[in-house]
Design a binder for this molecule. Structure first.
Ligand SMILES: *[C@@H]1O[C@H](CO)[C@@H](O)[C@H](O)[C@H]1NC(C)=O
Length: 399
């Protein structure tokens, strides 16, 4: 084999492994047809309604259509199914856009990825999911991006604080989980957090623990400094803290019989030096701070497959919103981070600037309207003022 043909073979093998698949994509660009793909849970009877809209302002009235929460103070629960996948040996990318155009005070903006055996009609807040990902806002205290993984039956929250966007524009949220047990979170196609699954979640017990058999020896001296044994208190140290004022004089009109014996007022003694403390010197017996020796944790077993889910087949919006109006759009689940970035550019990236422009011009319009109303009101007030003056002068005439 020539070097060239070997190289070609290597390239084609690499491209087989890098073959990208789109497992799920939802753009909401075919009118009411989304209703056949998204199923509302029947677990409760009073879930809020999702409606299809691009909202009050947008970059493209068709492309920016998404599912909007439409009723305040409601739970929402809808989901969509795709062919069951596993992310074994390949990246998993979850991506979608969220727009809190209502200026949200409190409400979820995240998705949940469920195993394929989820009963969609029974989906609810306690349904077992694999991954929960996306923004969550409640008051000024909670403005974070959740990244929660179900690992061996328990949900684990990320140890890091990832801040979410809290403005009224559309933002792109992306989670990448890699088969080498690393992850990346992006907002608007920019990395905001990344690292190792093992380090940033408490999936596994710690690798090292304090040796339970080790104890600090009784004679371990942890005092860095001690009193200087050579230092002695000077003999003239102890004097009273206050003394009779030497400058005070008995008033001329003081009457010992009437006023009692005169005593000068007390003042602070200028010779008073406070409590005596010996000088501090380095402790010759100091051994340094005792460090508890660590041993390998017998309960720890490395898991090279933390990232892995055997089955994923439903994506759901299972949330609570106090103030409704959030629009979800551009859902994508793929094994190809580059493709997701490109799709992000072509969807969110293409409409983000026009969306801002539209909102700006709406605000400008409103400002103008307010200003015009303000002027109108002033003119009316002035007119009324003139009328009053006229009636006043009529009164005067009559008088
Ligand atoms: C996405 O857009 C950014 C900014 O324009 C660019 O740097 C990046 O290469 C694009 N990514 C892809 C995959 O097209």
């Amino acid at each position: 084999m020539t070097t060239l043909s070997m190289l070609l073979m290597a390239v084609s093998v690499a491209s087989i492994f890098a073959e990208s698949s789109i497992y799920f994509r939802e753009q909401f660009e075919d009118g009411d047809a989304w209703k056949s793909r998204w199923l509302e849970s029947k677990h409760k009877s009073d879930y809020g309604n999702f409606v299809l809209t691009a909202g009050k302002f947008y970059g493209d009235v068709e492309k920016d259509k998404g599912l909007q929460t439409s009723q305040d103070a409601r739970f929402y629960s809808a989901s969509s199914r795709f062919e069951s996948i596993s992310n074994k040996d390949q990246p998993l990318v979850i991506q979608f856009t969220v727009k809190h155009e209502q200026n949200i005070d409190c409400g979820g903006g995240y998705i949940k990825l469920f195993p394929a055996d989820l009963n969609q009609e029974e989906m609810h807040g306690e349904s077992t999911y694999n991954i929960m990902f996306g923004p969550d806002i409640c008051g000024p205290g909670t403005k974070k991006v959740h990244v929660i993984f179900n690992y061996r039956g328990n949900n684990h929250l990320i140890n890091k604080d990832i801040r979410c966007k809290d403005d009224e524009y559309t933002h792109l949220y992306t989670l990448v989980v890699n088969p080498d047990n690393t992850y990346e979170v992006k907002i608007d196609n920019k990395k905001v957090e990344s690292g190792s699954l093992e380090e940033d979640w408490d999936f596994l017990p710690p690798k090292k623990i304090k040796d339970p058999d080790a104890e600090k020896p009784d004679d371990w001296d942890e005092k860095e400094h001690i009193d200087d044994p050579e230092d002695k208190k000077p003999e003239d140290w102890d004097v009273a803290e206050t003394i009779p004022d030497p400058d005070a004089k008995k008033p001329d009109d003081w009457d010992d019989e009437m006023d009692g014996e005169w005593e000068p007022p007390m003042v602070t003694n200028p010779d008073y030096k406070g409590e005596w403390k010996p000088k501090q010197i380095d402790n010759p017996a100091y051994k340094g701070k005792w460090v508890h020796p660590e041993i390998d944790n017998p309960d720890y077993t490395a898991d090279p497959e933390i990232y892995q889910y055997a089955s994923m087949g439903v994506i759901g919006l299972d949330l609570w919103q106090v103030k409704s109006g959030t629009i979800f759009d551009n859902f994508l689940i793929t094994n190809d981070p580059k493709l997701a970035e490109q799709v992000g550019n072509e969807t969110w990236g293409a409409t983000t600037d026009p969306e801002k422009k539209m909102k700006d011009s709406q605000e400008e319009e409103e400002r103008k309207k307010r200003d015009a109303e303000e002027i109108n009101k002033k003119e009316e007030e002035e007119d009324e003022g003139e009328e009053h003056e006229e009636t006043d002068s009529k009164h005067k005439d009559e008088l």
